[in-house]
Design a protein around this ligand. Structure first.
Ligand code: ZN
Ligand code: ZN
Length: 182
């Protein structure tokens, strides 16, 4: 069986001087993510490139990274596919050990979201990268800001065509709009 390539970084590899890890996220990497989380609403338009720097920081691990690439979305208004660049950089302080449960509850909402825990003997870089990509996504993907969307009456893509629903009152069968005017 082919071993999936996960990016687990053994903690002993992370020195005080730090270690640089080149990142290249391919469509195969993304497919594994999609298997774990089938609800993802984007794909990779190009492989995502970047770098992660890890170094010891007191008893913790400081992670700095950047990612760059292009993602494909479906426009939330007109449902057309489109691509958009992804460019993000991030910095996190990772604590070694398990997060105390009480503290986790208290931290919800108020606290430092950039502080996370590494429970085992290796840092699962995939999980960090997935999270950072999700944080960089647009809340509402739009092909462009002025996207006109789809006509609620006939479903026409109003970026490309005017439909009869929008014709002035008295012409055509513009029921949805004439009702609105009344
Ligand atoms: Zn659109
Ligand atoms: Zn229409």
């Amino acid at each position: 069986m082919k071993k999936p390539q996960t990016m687990a970084i053994p903690l002993e590899r992370i020195t005080w001087e730090g270690v640089d890890i080149p990142v290249r996220l391919t469509p195969e990497w993304f497919d594994r993510w999609l298997q774990d989380e089938p609800g993802l609403e984007f794909t990779l338009a190009t492989p995502i490139q970047g770098e992660v720097h890890l170094e010891r920081h007191e008893g913790n691990i400081l992670l700095q990274g950047r990612l760059q690439g292009e993602l494909s979305f479906t426009c939330s208004r007109c449902l057309d596919p489109f691509s958009q660049p992804l460019a993000t950089s991030f910095e996190m302080l990772l604590k070694i050990g398990h997060q105390p449960v009480l503290e986790a509850e208290l931290e919800l909402g108020a606290a430092d979201l950039e502080e996370e825990y590494i429970p085992g003997h290796a840092l699962e870089l995939d999980a960090v990268l997935r999270e950072q990509i999700l944080l960089a996504l647009p809340l509402k993907p739009l092909c462009h800001e002025e996207c006109q969307g789809l006509c609620r009456g006939c479903g026409a893509n109003l970026n490309r065509e005017a439909c009869s629903c929008r014709a002035p009152a008295g012409q055509g069968n513009g029921a949805p709009w004439s009702k609105l005017r009344e």
